[in-house]
Design a protein around this ligand. Structure first.
Ligand SMILES: NC(=O)c1ccc[n+]([C@@H]2O[C@H](COP(=O)([O-])OP(=O)(O)OC[C@H]3O[C@@H](n4cnc5c(N)ncnc54)[C@H](OP(=O)(O)O)[C@@H]3O)[C@@H](O)[C@H]2O)c1
Length: 260
């Protein structure tokens, strides 16, 4: 029997590297995608050594508009089939109103939204033909709440939640399952930039989850066929509260105002 293969974007760090470990542990062959090829090659070698799976590395900058078409052509050129698609690459971005560099804004939108749509567009039809596929889009708790001051990151994650719900409903019964995984604060390289590192130092430790917990929960929810999964019991309790008036009052007390 041929082994299944997972393509993971943003596999060079954090949640993406953890997806690679856990899926390799489940015996899946892998295609690792990110910009830092040297880091991906090192990870690939360690996964081959530890799990005896096949690993392809394809460096790509997903903020470029040609990236997903090139990536799809590269995967096809290698004769590889993708059974699991993990759209995980992402970063904190420029503020839509404050940062006046529109080309940078467009690259951010490409990375956070258009590239995910592109990956789904390219890779899902073959999954439908084979009557098996798993697609996991890494969104965020931030995609569930509208906050004053968050005009880029949260809205991009809200799109991923809506996209995943629409795809999941459309593909019901096809053998292809789609999930938006919504983590809260997770220990990765995401908060390494100084501004975010400062916020991390100030926030209580109970708000922070480890990447292995988030990924394990995500893969289990994907298999169950849930369209959206908020990761972590604490965040499952918090999100409905943050959407209410008292919740927004509470957030305002911490210096973050919610829009109406
Ligand atoms: N950590 C959290 O608290 C948290 C919470 C909710 C959601 N998330 C989401 O989780 C996902 C993974 O983030 P993380 O926390 O694991 O952060 P991370 O450790 O910083 O990893 C981000 C990954 O995305 C890749 N990436 C960034 N820009 C890219 C580009 N232009 N093209 C291709 N790959 C790119 C990076 O690789 P290269 O630099 O090598 O390209 C890296 O592998 C993101 O979508 C993030 O929004 C994170």
């Amino acid at each position: 029997m041929t082994r299944q293969r997972a393509l993971i974007t943003g596999a060079s760090a954090g949640l993406g590297a953890e997806f690679a470990h856990q899926l390799a542990g489940l015996g899946k062959d892998l295609i690792l995608v990110a910009r830092r090829e040297d880091v991906l090659q090192k990870l690939a070698q360690s996964l081959v050594d530890e799990f005896e799976v096949e690993v392809d590395v394809i460096p790509a900058d997903l903020s470029l508009d040609v990236a997903t078409s090139k990536l799809f052509a590269d995967v096809q050129g290698r004769g590889l089939e993708v059974d699991y698609l993990i759209n995980n690459a992402g970063a904190f971005g420029p503020d839509l109103l404050d940062d006046r560099d529109w080309p940078a804004q467009q690259r951010y939108i490409e990375l956070m939204m258009t590239s995910v749509a592109g990956m789904c567009h390219h890779f899902i039809p073959a999954m439908v033909d084979r009557r098996f596929g798993r697609v996991l889009n890494v969104a965020s708790v931030a995609g569930h709440v509208s906050l004053a001051g968050d005009t880029s990151y949260g809205p991009s994650k809200a799109y991923l939640i809506a996209l995943s719900k629409g795809l999941a409903a459309t593909l019901r019964g096809s053998g292809v399952k789609v999930l938006a995984l919504c983590p809260g604060f997770t220990h990765t390289e995401f908060h390494d930039p100084e501004e975010l590192a400062k916020m991390k130092r100030k926030s209580p430790s109970f708000l922070w989850y480890d990447a292995d917990v988030v990924v394990r929960e995500g893969l289990a929810a994907l298999e169950k066929g849930k369209p959206v999964h908020i990761s972590g019991r604490l965040y499952r309790l918090l999100v409905p509260v943050l959407k209410t008036r008292p919740g927004s009052w509470l957030m305002a007390r911490f210096g973050v105002k919610r829009e109406y």
